[in-house]
Structure formats: C-alpha cells, structure tokens
Design a protein around this ligand. Structure first.
Ligand code: 5AD
Ligand code: SF4
Length: 440
C-alpha cells in the first residue's frame, strides 16, 4: 500500500448518496486514503452530488469554485465530482470548472482507484458508463472496519416510473435489483462489524425484484423475511417506496415480522388527482388513502412519512387545497416538502410554470401543517414505552442517544447502555425535534 493520503467527501442529497460515499471511501482506502473531516488538509476532495432539484446542482458549481482555491496551496490536490450531477453533466463539468480532475457516475465508483491513479499521472479521468456492472462485487474485499449500529444497504437502484418532474430515471437509469444472496451476505458482514439495524435502500425499494437462491425472482417482502433470519440483526427498515408497489406480502410483513420497524416512507407528492395524473404517478389520492388504511390495519402504530411537491406546473389553489386535505387525513410523523424545481429534459419542464411567489407561499402553509402534525405525534409519544437502539453518547454526562422504532431521536439520561444496545425506555418529554426517555 502506498503512503497515507487524506480524502474529504462532501455528500449532497439522498441516503443513496450517503451509502455511496461510504463505498467510495472504502474503494479509495485501497489506494491509501483515509477520510478527513475538512477540505483544508485533503489530498483529494470528492463532491458526491445530487441533481434532483436545480438548486442542488447549482450548489455543486459554486462549491467547486470554492474548492478550487485549495489547489493554490496544494497543487497535488485532486478534485472529483461523483453522483447524479456527474452522471447527468459528465464532460460539461470539466469544461465549466477546469480544476476538476475526475468525474465519476454512480454506477462506476468501483473504478475509483484506477481513476485516481490516472489523475496522479496528470490526466483527467471520466467514467459515467452505463449500465450497472457489478460494482458491489468489485467492492467485496473492502477493509473490515467497525461500523455504527445503524447502516444502509443498497438493494436496488434506478427507477422506471418516470414521474413527470423527476430526473432519477435519467441519472440513475433503469431499475436494477441485486441478488438476494449478495444482500444477505452483506447484511451478515455488517452484523459482524457491529451493525444491529439495516435500512434497505433503493430509489424504488419496494419494486425490488432480485434473483433468489432458488433462481426465482423475489420481492422485497421475501427479502425481508430472509434477512429476518440473520442472527444479531435486530431491526430492518426500507426506503423509498412507491404507492403502486406496496404489495400485500409487504403489508403482511409489517404485521408479522418483528424485526421490521413500524415506519414507512411512502411519498404521494400531491393530493390532487388532476395533478397526480399530470405527474404520471398512476395512483389517485383515494387509492393512496385506502392503501394507508390497509397498512394501518396490519400495523396500527405505524408512523407514516411522505414527500410533497408544491407548485407543480398548472397547480391551482384548489389542487393545493386537496394536498392539505390529504395531509390532514393521513397524519404524518415526518414529511419532506419541496417547491417544484424545473429539471430540463423532464416532461413537466415544458409546461406552464407556477409563479415562484405562489409556490413559496404554498410551501410555507404546507410546512406549517406538517410541523403541527409532527409535533402532535411526538407529543403523543409521551408516556409510551419504546425500544431505543443506542447510537452514541449525548451532550450531557451519562446521557445516551438513539432511535426508537418510529425513528424518533430519543435521549436517555443516566443510561447504562452502550452503543449498539437496545434499551427499553418510557418517553417523558417531547422537546423540539427529539424525545426524552427514562430507561426502564
Ligand atoms: N422538484 C421538486 N422536488 C422534486 N423531487 C423530485 N424531483 C423534484 C423536482 N423536480 C422530490 C420528490 C421526491 C423527492 C426525493 O424529491 O418529492 O419524492
Ligand atoms: Fe423519481 Fe421516485 Fe418518481 Fe422514480 S418514483 S421517477 S425516483 S419521484
């Protein structure tokens, strides 16, 4: 192995990117890199980018401008761009910012070590090749580092849904699912490194259809039941799901699989059927609400989370009101809401846009409603008993922090448990975005 070099990774966007950044760090570990928390002393800076909204992509260019300054003190510094902006813009990035040495798409990061070597020879390295070849296989022999108690595991990438606003089907490509056995092996490996909770990741995770050990195609529910058998693994979650892929066996797993946590992120985007149709969502507000009824019948305490877009082209006040009505009916524990952002190349980009001031005002109203629901649900936890997966020490001495089954952050004073332990706690107080609990 060559001498130690320092790697600074800045991650934008979704949890897929968080997972990818970890894998990139491991891939470059083989070339002698260790991660550093600041760009000041880095030998390589990687921006793992997101293309989902315009702001996210523009932020990358301004950040690259800043990062370029570090080259003045350190001419050997290499700057790389990874993720969806890399995939979407490729060569254009090097043209717009000549300080960039390397551009790597999300399907190619197992080639990072070779690409890094190329930049060390003074050449530019670009790899945004499709389709997915098995980068996961290429990364199998990564170093056996100890891991935090909660980890992500990618099981599926890409999306075939083509919502009219979304770039994911273009930047991440078609849906690809990993074989069941590979996922189970990776889960066992994570457990050996101290992981107790795994979140299965996919752009459309409940559309998962990987080859099972019997040679047949398995769905997400079958995969979950297989992971349920892994000793030492205590909790399973999955994200992000599409309402149209919420099959009966998956709902049933929420009722019967004790390791599957009562939390479901199920984006609906809008409550107006007219807008949902224009979004190419192929579900209605009513079919979504009936689906949630079935899920709640299976698991009454499940905490629902969602995504919303306001100001989608042609959205009227009436359409927006239908979204608020839907939110009132569902009662979300968490929700993420965004102002519609025009993405060139997507069908909605061509349509009549809603005025920005109108969209901003709607976003505020929607967020106020969601904040109210979130707070009510958190306050409703007071007096209830939960199980907390302890992740780390809290700010106060003797305090530990972790997550409940419902993904609420819980801090426990005078806690005897260690990171990785599951402790029972009674919720005593809801304080801003976290809960206080007492060990029982
Ligand atoms: N504008 C605003 N929000 C978007 N999302 C996806 N594309 C766009 C866009 N063009 C949101 C959706 C999706 C989440 C990950 O990002 O709500 O569920
Ligand atoms: Fe994008 Fe999700 Fe729609 Fe796929 S299902 S196109 S990832 S918003």
């Amino acid at each position: 192995m060559s001498e130690t070099k320092k790697l600074f990774i800045k991650t934008y966007g979704c949890q897929m990117n968080v997972y990818d950044s970890e894998r990139m760090s491991e891939a470059l570990g083989a070339s002698g890199y260790v991660e550093t928390k600041t760009p000041d002393d880095a030998d390589m800076i990687l921006l793992n980018t997101c293309h989902i909204r315009e702001k996210a992509a523009e932020k990358v260019y301004s950040e690259l401008g800043r990062m370029k300054a570090f080259k003045a003190n350190k001419p050997d510094l290499k700057i790389g761009v990874a993720g969806c902006v890399a995939q979407a813009e490729g060569q254009e990035i090097m043209r717009r910012q000549p300080a960039v040495d390397l551009v790597v798409g999300p399907q190619s990061y197992h080639r990072l070590a070779e690409m890094e070597a190329k930049t060390r020879r003074g050449e530019k390295a670009l790899d945004t090749d499709f389709p997915l070849e098995d980068k996961f296989e290429a990364l199998k022999n990564r170093p056996k580092a100890r891991r935090a108690p909660a980890a992500f595991l990618t099981v599926q990438e890409g999306c075939d849904k083509f919502c009219a606003f979304c770039v994911v089907p273009y930047t991440r490509g078609a849906e690809v699912s990993r074989p069941v056995q590979r996922i189970v092996d990776e889960a066992k490996d994570l457990v050996e490194r101290g992981v107790r909770e795994i979140t299965l990741l996919g752009q459309n995770v409940n559309a998962y259809h990987g080859t099972g050990p019997d040679g047949n195609e398995w769905g997400l529910a079958q995969l979950i039941w297989e992971l349920d058998k892994v000793d030492g693994l205590a909790r399973i979650r999955f994200t992000t799901s599409h309402p149209n892929d919420m099959q009966d066996d998956l709902i049933d797993a929420h009722a019967h699989c004790a390791k599957l946590m009562p939390y479901l992120h199920l984006p609906v985007q809008s409550g107006s059927d007219r807008i949902l149709k224009r979004m190419n969502r192929s579900h209605t507000s009513d079919s979504y609400l009936r689906l949630i009824e079935r899920i709640r019948a299976a698991r009454p305490d499940i905490l629902m989370s969602g995504d919303f877009i306001v100001g989608f082209p042609e959205e009227t006040e009436e359409d927006f009101q239908a979204t608020l009505d839907l939110i009132e009916e569902v009662r979300y524990g968490y929700a993420y809401s965004f102002k519609y952002s025009t993405r060139p190349g997507t069908p909605a980009a061509e349509r009549a846009q809603v005025e920005d001031a109108v969209a901003s005002e709607r976003l505020q109203r929607l967020q106020a409603l969601i904040t109210r629901q979130q707070t009510e649900i958190q306050q409703g936890m007071v007096g209830r008993d939960v199980t907390v997966l302890v992740e780390k020490q809290g700010r106060d001495p003797g305090q530990m922090v972790g997550k409940s089954e419902y993904l609420h952050a819980v801090h426990i004073n005078d806690c005897t448990a260690q990171p990785g332990d599951l402790v029972n706690a009674r919720i005593t107080e809801a304080v801003r975005n976290s809960l206080a609990g007492a060990q029982i």
